[in-house]
Design a protein around this ligand. Structure first.
Ligand SMILES: [Ca+2]
Ligand SMILES: [Ca+2]
Length: 455
């Protein structure tokens, strides 16, 4: 956790999945009682227990305590109707739902009430090949969700992107605008037809909006009358309707709303929608890698100096692979820089000791320079080596090996790794192959991008 938060500026938060799936049992183990902060309860027979939902709440609360000071967020998925206390601890809510949720406003009411001003993302697995999503269904889903300021996500994303792009172009800027204004539970407005869903967003500097959704199969002629006093509206306030682009003056808007259709009223002036953040995959990757380089003094490898380690010497960010009589740990009895280095000991001709690292962000037209400091103890019969393999997706490409120099004093090594055509990842192992025996220290491992110059 600490490593993720302190050492990874490219991690913006933590996504906690499946909150609705766990915690349904009562824990009667008394030795656990001392470690919970939330109240104990009892089961049907009167035995004192921890209701295991509450440790989930404590876990989310602790995540927030650690993430918020760094400006990072907690996303909770599965914020369903029995997870209210979890909801309060999360900054963003998500629910993966069956395709009937939008037919019943009570679900939306619950989601929005729990979230209040926080983002809420609904995810429909709508579009698998056997689960076609007709255009009418997409229209109903998107418009009804936006009525509650809920992001109407679908998965797999993009299957109907061409067909439904107009819906997203129309409704997502509106969603962003009303979400910024913020949902308010008291509308101070009345719709003339009780079948209509009427929700209010904002009332302050980010504008005042009302969403009016017709969930029925008949078109509705309706008026929305606003409480001018409570909403502080001038008698001649100007209003615009953002979906079909109507206009009116005063606190009463008259609308004709087709079946399963959303209208959004903007009352008075409002700032334009927040600018959209659109990044290509390449831009996103460049940004992530730049952030990684910034936090590692130009290197793409986190914790290449082995300074961050668990109390028992597990270096964070590295994989450890050992077989036979072998061990790997971060130690503080010697270091090239800082306090620690990694000790790799393999005293077995049938075993091996390797630090492993996969770098899955290999870019085209880029070479990589791997450098490190190494030394052997006098007991080390082999010098140790770097072995690495390129891959393209799941296809394995070529592998190469460089032996370390034999030395009992720290020595600097540097190699240029040239990706074969199409490679998108590289897996590196630093240590020993089976027949070799080693006792070596490694420190300050760096991987640096070297963009190839165009000819
Ligand atoms: Ca070090
Ligand atoms: Ca060995």
């Amino acid at each position: 956790m600490k490593h993720v938060i302190d050492g990874s500026p490219y991690v913006d938060g933590i996504y906690v999945d499946s909150l609705s799936s766990w915690g349904m049992y009562r824990n009667a183990r008394r030795e656990h009682f001392a470690y919970i902060d939330l109240p104990l309860t009892h089961d049907d027979k009167g035995n004192v227990v921890i209701w295991n939902r509450f440790p989930h709440v404590e876990f989310l609360r602790e995540l927030g305590k650690r993430l918020h000071p760094a400006g990072k967020i907690v996303f909770g998925n599965g914020i369903r109707n029995k997870r209210m206390w979890c909801a309060f601890e999360c900054d963003v809510h998500g629910v993966e739902a069956n395709r009937t949720v939008h037919k019943d406003a009570s679900h939306y009411c619950w989601f929005r009430t729990m979230a209040h001003h926080k983002p809420f993302l609904l995810l429909y697995y709508y579009a698998y090949p056997q689960m076609e999503c007709p255009r009418e269904a997409a229209e109903e889903y998107i418009q009804s969700a936006v009525a509650y300021g809920i992001a109407p996500e679908v998965r797999p994303f993009g299957k109907f992107i061409k067909r439904d792009l107009d819906l997203y172009e129309t409704f997502i800027p509106i969603l962003r605008q009303i979400m910024r204004a913020g949902w308010e539970p008291v509308t101070h407005a009345r719709a003339s037809d009780a079948d209509l869903w009427l929700e209010r967003f904002g009332g302050g500097k980010d504008g005042l909006f009302f969403t009016v959704y017709n969930p029925t199969s008949q078109a509705k002629d309706a008026t929305v009358t606003m409480d001018r006093t409570r909403l502080h509206l001038a008698p001649d306030v100007k209003g615009t309707e953002l979906v079909a682009h109507g206009e009116w003056t005063g606190p009463t808007a008259t609308l004709r709303i087709p079946p399963k259709t959303l209208r959004v009223l903007q009352v008075g002036a409002a700032p334009p929608p927040p600018p959209e953040i659109r990044m290509t995959k390449k831009e996103l990757l460049d940004r992530a890698l730049s952030l990684r380089e910034q936090s590692n003094n130009g290197s793409l490898i986190d914790n290449g100096g082995f300074e961050k380690a668990s109390p028992d010497g597990r270096p964070f960010g590295w994989g450890r692979s050992t077989r036979g009589h072998a061990e790997i740990k971060a130690v503080d009895d010697t270091a090239h820089t800082g306090r620690r280095s990694a000790l790799l000991r393999d005293s077995d001709d049938k075993g091996a000791a390797n630090l492993t690292l996969r770098f899955p962000f290999v870019q085209p037209d880029t070479d990589y320079e791997l450098s490190l400091w190494v030394k052997q103890t006098p007991r080390s019969s082999a010098p140790g080596r770097l072995w690495y393999r390129w891959s393209k997706g799941t296809e394995r490409l070529n592998a190469e090996r460089f032996d370390f120099p034999k030395t009992t004093g720290w020595i600097h090594c540097q190699w240029t790794l040239v990706p074969p055509e199409g490679a998108d990842s590289v897996s590196m192992t630093l240590g020993s192959s089976t027949p070799e025996k080693i006792e070596i220290y490694l420190d300050d491992v760096r991987l640096v991008r070297k963009p190839r110059k165009a000819n």
